[in-house]
Design a protein around this ligand. Structure first.
Ligand SMILES: N=c1c2ncn([C@@H]3O[C@H](COP(=O)(O)OP(=O)(O)OP(=O)(O)O)[C@@H](O)[C@H]3O)c2ncn1[C@@H]1O[C@H](COP(=O)(O)O)[C@@H](O)[C@H]1O
Length: 103
């Protein structure tokens, strides 16, 4: 099992858990809108570090982005496997064709 798989499984296990028992459970209990808001905040922090060019801080912010992406997906019952399947489907297609085929 990869690190991402383990993290996604941990986040899934936090759904419905006591909000006082973990940060993830507390965030999920606040609802999908709050999870999406946190993801947006973390993405902006990563953008700022990318523009500044600080590799160490960008790496840390990128980890926050991935964690909060997984929480946001879990809040809407989208699994990491769903996203990986979509990425696999796109393998071998050109970016231009992919954009044209989007719903
Ligand atoms: N990867 C992470 C991770 N990345 C970031 N964070 C938390 O996300 C929060 C984001 O920081 P902020 O400064 O934005 O949050 P804040 O200011 O405390 O909160 P707000 O008041 O802004 O809402 C921090 O409290 C971090 O601890 C994470 N919390 C958990 N994980 C992983 O999730 C697992 C389960 O964590 P728990 O649910 O806490 O057991 C952990 O073992 C880790 O692997």
């Amino acid at each position: 099992m990869s690190t991402l798989d383990r993290l996604a499984a941990t986040i899934a296990a936090r759904k419905g858990a006591d909000p006082d028992s973990s940060w993830t459970a507390k965030l999920l209990a606040k609802g999908p809108e709050k999870c999406a808001e946190k993801f947006g905040e973390e993405a902006i922090e990563a953008i700022i570090e990318a523009v500044k060019g600080d590799r160490a801080r960008l790496t840390a912010e990128a980890a926050d982005v991935i964690y909060h992406l997984l929480v946001m997906l879990a809040a809407r019952d989208v699994t990491l496997a769903d996203v990986l399947a979509e990425l696999e489907r796109r393998e071998g297609t050109s970016g231009i064709a992919e954009k044209a085929a989007r719903p």
